[in-house]
Structures are given as structure tokens and as C-alpha cells.
Ligand binder design. Structure first.
Ligand code: ADP
Ligand code: MG
Length: 370
């Protein structure tokens, strides 16, 4: 991350508002969100911070520390247009506030994030939610935290053009580090479930790049829609026992895709129960099953991520491990006996690095995590 000058040095006056929002790691419930199902993310320590101050000339000028060596860009309010670059996230949020009738006459903003970009920890939603919080504060718009998540989702889905679900914006807006956010992505009903004191989370990045807007992700979404249509339900979330018996008769790969979503949705409910009863062994087994389902049925893992999961699983203090996030690279999350994450992280990073060209990075829970 580039070192940026202070807001005052950049824009000639102090910031009027300072907001932030965390990145997230999803504990379980992957590719369930756009199927109307359940997810269970939690906030990570890394956050995106936004400082802002209003302008009166209709210009939005933004500096981010996280693109290149620090990048500045601007646009005029009312002239938002997709550019296929990071400024689209800012333009998307501005578009959303304008649609609410907010009195927007421009602003300056300084963005700085410790969430790694494009590693599956949702830097995009943390940026969007931090920006939306800044505009809410600056313009005194009466929108609640679920409303902030909706604005963030609309910005990414409609303006940026990434086919994302509600999990990431809801997590960035409503999750904290002490609890898991048990979220029904259809109704947006949520409950905060305390995380266990006897375990900690380890997140390790494979450093294989993913791109949510990529064709693979769209293909999976389309396959889920076709599977739901073939099963006669509006979304795979609605598969009941009778419809579940028909999954095996779907043409490949729709049978496997549907099986992942239906079993993964059930695993979220089981994971909530395991958390409530403090059953770490059960929670760990659910992590393991989730990974196998993503690898074999949903086919969104890659060999690098499988290797990280396998080496985490080989450690005695690990209850379970799985690919987290959309897949096609990205990070793993492991449930580790409290106090052991740093040691497990070292072992996992060492094992991964023994294959030439591979260098893992610890994002949460390890010695080098920030
Ligand atoms: P993830 O959300 O998993 O990190 P995405 O591909 O969804 O990955 O989002 C990453 C993109 O979001 C970046 O390429 C960039 O356009 C934008 N972004 C995220 N954080 C920042 C930031 N701090 N400054 C500028 N752009 C950002
Ligand atoms: Mg994202």
C-alpha cells in the first residue's frame, strides 16, 4: 500500500467525516447467497477507512492509497459513467445516494484500506460500505445499516456490473469480529452468533488471483438458475425433500451444482447449531465437508487452494479447513485451537512454499497478519 499524504495536505482543509468498514471472511455458506440461502460471515481486523469533506462545485475527487502508488480520479455529480476501474465503486455509491434524493454537490475523499484487494476478503464491499457511511454522515441521509448494505450491493451489482450477492455488503455493514453474522440472504434477517472462545480463525491466501466478474462465476450462477428451473423451484434455497430426490436425475453438471447449494445451505444451519453448542469438532467437520463439496460438486477450487486446505488439515490443532469466498483462487479459512493459529500458519505457509512458484500469505490469525 502506498503512503498517502494526509487529507488536509491533499485537499487543503480537514476532513468533515471519517468512517470505516471491515473486510470479511465467510465461515461457511458459499455460493448460497445468490440462491436465496444462508451464509455465515464474520468481520476481519482489516478495514477500509474513508475521510471526506463536502465541496460545492459538483465535483467528486477521490484519492486511494490502494491502487498503484496512490491514485487520484474525479467525476462530476450527475455524469457518472462506468469506466471499468476502481472509481466505478465511488460512482456507484454516488448514483445510489442521488437516487435517494440526497443533496449532493460534490466531495473530496481519501481512501486507505488494509483489506487486500482481490483476495476474497471483500475489499470491494468494505470500500462501498465505508463510502456509503461517509455520505450518510456528510449528507445526514436517514438510512439504516441494512439500507447501507443495499446501497453497496446496488453500486456493485448495477453500476460496477459484478454479479454479486448480498453477503458481502451485509457483512461489511453489520458484522463484527466477535460474532458470526448468520444471514438469510433472501429476507436479510440476521442474527449475531458469538464466536467460540476455544478456537480461532486462520485465513491464508493462496495468492492465486480470482475475478468475481469472470466468466466462471457467471457460469455457476446460470447453472444454479437452470437447476432451480428444472427442479421447479424459484431458487435452490426452496428445494424441499421431494425436489431433493430429483437432483440426481438432473443432467450433469446441474446435478452436482444443485447438490452443493442444497447441502451447503444445510451445513450453515448445522454450523450455527455447532457454534451455539460450542461443538468445535462438529464445526470443523462441516468446514471439511464444505470444502469437498466446493471442490467436487461446485468445482470452484483450484489445486493451490486444495494444497493449502490439505496442509492445514494435516495439522493436529486444526478442526477443519475450507476454501472461502467465490473460489477460482483466493483464500482458505481454518478453524484452529485457540493459541495455535500462528504455529499452524507457519507450517501451512512452509508446506505450500515447497512447491516452486507458490508463496502463501497469512491474512488473519498468523504471525505476519496485520
Ligand atoms: P475482493 O472484494 O474480494 O477484494 P473484488 O474483485 O470484488 O475483490 O474487488 C476488488 C476491487 O475493488 C479492486 O480491483 C478495486 O477496483 C476495488 N477496490 C477495493 N478496495 C479499494 C480501495 N481501497 N481503493 C480503490 N479501489 C478499491
Ligand atoms: Mg468483492
Amino acid at each position: 500500500m502506498a503512503r498517502l499524504q494526509s487529507f488536509e495536505a491533499l485537499f487543503g482543509r480537514p476532513a468533515a467525516v471519517v468512517t470505516d468498514a471491515p473486510g470479511r471472511v465467510n465461515l461457511i455458506g458459499e455460493h448460497t447467497d445468490y440462491n436465496g440461502g444462508y451464509v455465515l460471515p464474520t468481520a476481519i481486523p482489516q478495514r477500509t477507512r474513508v475521510e471526506a469533506a463536502p465541496r460545492s462545485d459538483g465535483v467528486v475527487a477521490v484519492v486511494t492509497a490502494n491502487v498503484g502508488r496512490g491514485t487520484r480520479a474525479s467525476f462530476r455529480v450527475g455524469e457518472e459513467a462506468r469506466r471499468g476501474a476502481w472509481l466505478d465503486y465511488v460512482q456507484g455509491i454516488v448514483t445510489g445516494f442521488r437516487a435517494l434524493g440526497a443533496p449532493l454537490s460534490g466531495f473530496d475523499a481519501r481512501i486507505e484500506s488494509t483489506v487486500p484487494l482481490g483476495s476474497g476478503l471483500s475489499s470491494s464491499a468494505s470500500l462501498l460500505v465505508a463510502l456509503a457511511r461517509a455520505l450518510r454522515a456528510m449528507l445526514a441521509v436517514p438510512v439504516d445499516d441494512v439500507g447501507i448494505a443495499r446501497l453497496a450491493h446496488a453500486a456493485e451489482h448495477d453500476f460496477v456490473g459484478a454479479p454479486v450477492g448480498m453477503m458481502d455488503p451485509m457483512a461489511a455493514s453489520l458484522a463484527d469480529e466477535r460474532t458470526a453474522l448468520f444471514l438469510d440472504t433472501r429476507t436479510l434477517a440476521f442474527e449475531r452468533i458469538p464466536l467460540p472462545t476455544e478456537a480461532e480463525l486462520l485465513v491464508v491466501d493462496s495468492r492465486v488471483a480470482h475475478n468475481h466478474a469472470s466468466g466462471d462465476y457467471r457460469t455457476r450462477r446460470a447453472e444454479c438458475e437452470r437447476a432451480a428451473a428444472a427442479l421447479g423451484v424459484s431458487a435452490l434455497r426452496d428445494v424441499d425433500a421431494a425436489a431433493e430426490r430429483r437432483i440426481g436425475a438432473l443432467p450433469a453438471p446441474l446435478d452436482r451444482r444443485a447438490r452443493h447449494v442444497v447441502t451447503e445451505n444445510a451445513r450453515v444451519l448445522a454450523a450455527v447449531e455447532a457454534l451455539r453448542s460450542g461443538d468445535m469438532d462438529r464445526l470443523g467437520r462441516l468446514f471439511d465437508e464444505s470444502h469437498r463439496s466446493m471442490r467436487d460438486d461446485f468445482e470452484v477450487s483450484v489445486p493451490e487452494v486444495d494444497a493449502l486446505v490439505a496442509s492445514a488439515r494435516a495439522q493436529p490443532d486444526v478442526y477443519g479447513a475450507r476454501l472461502t469466498g467465490g473460489g477460482f483462487g483466493g483464500s482458505i479459512v481454518a478453524l484452529v485451537k485457540r493459541g495455535r493459529a500462528a504455529a499452524v500458519a507457519r507450517a501451512v505457509v512452509d508446506a505450500y512454499g515447497r512447491t516452486p512458484g507458490r508463496r502463501a500469505r497469512v491474512l488473519v490469525g498468523g504471525p505476519s497478519a496485520s
